[in-house]
Write a protein that binds this ligand. Structure first.
Ligand code: CTP
Length: 400
């Protein structure tokens, strides 16, 4: 995709170097248009090196190409980050004294701005009126966040993190095919307490489930994310106004939360790794070698949550399960997944290979999606977000 990144004169300009990198890494063609002021914070060579494109600030460069119009017309998305109070005022007034100003007037592509300024400047009636004007014209205002500002102050005005800006800006171009659809996703791994300091757990990080929740929200769904022991940095990717997070620890808590949330859901995706067994009872005090109580831990089986949900599902409700298998032979793995789908009574089952190099705790994943009659309805390898996209596409095909 052709993306213009406008950079204006705030200290947060240094963060936009990372933002441009993220877009390039995701395969986009990026043209950076800084303002003259922005170049006082980060210089032209940095923007050229990182974007692999020429960078100018003025309409008087490359005049023969009528760059301001050409860029405005060719771009599919404009992101202004950071957007200073001054730039926001110029945008609201429609000023076109530099290449960024003219490009913003010449484009019909979606425009997202990430404001960055001191709290007083953000809250000033002039800035707020300008923001209201821009919103009215369809400009998407991302943030600002609330946090540390330059000079030791803290409050609203901090530019969102580059990852958040990229996700939110790219989401503007996504189909809203899940709008109005109520979705429940479980993610992470349960922990079954043995005693106050130990538990039975598994290696699920929650990344795949969080990616499923984020993808659904970006496509318009209302999402309930039931999160079992997910690290804060992983969970951060689910920071979306349409995602509600419920945190749970054990399989029993997960089951209860899922039944409750599933009651009003159109689609349920059970991506959490659930402990099949739990200690018969959690010891009140730490088990010790001395007492000999550590040698043998008695276990009792947990209920199969997804099978229960599938059994009580309404006609229209769609249930998706996961299976992480260690069988390396793809045919044997597929057969096992087919049996598991039948046994659990779910509509779709996404199966992946889980060993030292695949599956858990990794950024990438590879799954096959098994549907009715055992048919492989999709096969995808890529980032967990890409896998999430294909799973939702498969869900939409069944729902169609
Ligand atoms: N699952 C569940 N409740 C359980 C165990 C698993 O809802 N008590 C769900 C998982 O969230 C996943 C699917 O069932 O969506 C498959 O999990 P898996 O552990 O592979 O299934 P098991 O029935 O435990 O099969 P196995 O005998 O291979 O462990």
């Amino acid at each position: 995709m052709n993306i213009v990144v406008g950079v204006t004169g705030g200290i947060a300009a240094y963060k936009s170097v990372h933002l441009v990198r993220l877009l390039i890494k995701a395969g986009h063609e990026v043209t950076v248009i800084p303002t003259e002021d922005a170049l006082r914070f980060v210089g032209q060579p940095t923007w050229e090196a990182i974007s692999r494109n020429t960078v100018t600030t003025s309409v008087h460069d490359d005049v023969a190409q009528v760059r301001h119009v050409a860029l405005g017309q060719a771009t599919e998305l404009v992101i202004v980050a950071p957007a200073t109070a001054n730039t926001i005022a110029k945008m609201a007034a429609g000023l076109a004294a530099d290449l960024l100003g003219t490009t913003l007037l010449a484009t019909t592509a979606p425009v997202a701005i990430a404001p960055a300024m001191h709290t007083e400047m953000w809250q000033h009636p002039a800035t707020q009126a300008n923001i209201a004007t821009l919103r009215e014209r369809g400009v998407h205002v991302l943030g600002p966040g609330d946090g540390e500002l330059t000079g030791g102050d803290s409050g609203p005005g901090r530019m969102l993190e580059p990852e958040q800006i990229v996700d939110a800006a790219l989401a503007l171009l996504m189909p809203q095919d899940l709008e109005g659809v109520r979705v429940v996703v479980s993610a992470g791994g349960t922990r079954e307490p043995i005693d106050p300091v130990r538990f039975l757990g598994n290696r699920s990080s929650g990344r795949q489930g969080v990616a499923l929740a984020a993808e659904a929200a970006d496509r318009g769904a209302d999402v309930e994310l039931v999160a079992a022991n997910i690290a804060a940095d992983v969970l951060a990717a689910a920071g979306h106004p349409r995602i509600r997070v419920r945190s749970v620890q054990t399989a029993a808590e997960l089951g209860e939360a899922m039944r409750d949330a599933a009651a009003s859901a159109d689609v349920v995706i059970m991506a959490a790794a659930v402990a099949d067994y739990r200690p018969t009872e959690a010891a009140e005090h730490k088990l010790t070698k001395e007492s000999g109580t550590l040698e043998r831990i008695e276990l009792v089986q947990n209920e199969d949550i997804v099978a229960g949900l599938a059994q009580s599902a309404s006609e229209k409700q769609l249930i998706v399960a996961f299976a992480a298998e260690t069988l390396t032979d793809p045919d044997a793995r597929r057969e096992r997944a087919r049996r598991k789908r039948e046994r659990k009574g779910v509509d779709l089952l996404a199966v992946n290979l889980a060993d030292a190099e695949h599956g858990f705790e990794r950024a990438d994943n590879a799954v096959e999606i098994i549907g009715t009659g055992g048919a492989v309805v999709a096969s995808v390898a890529g980032s967990k977000r890409e896998v999430a996209r294909e799973i939702w596409n498969a869900v939409q095909n069944v729902r169609a």
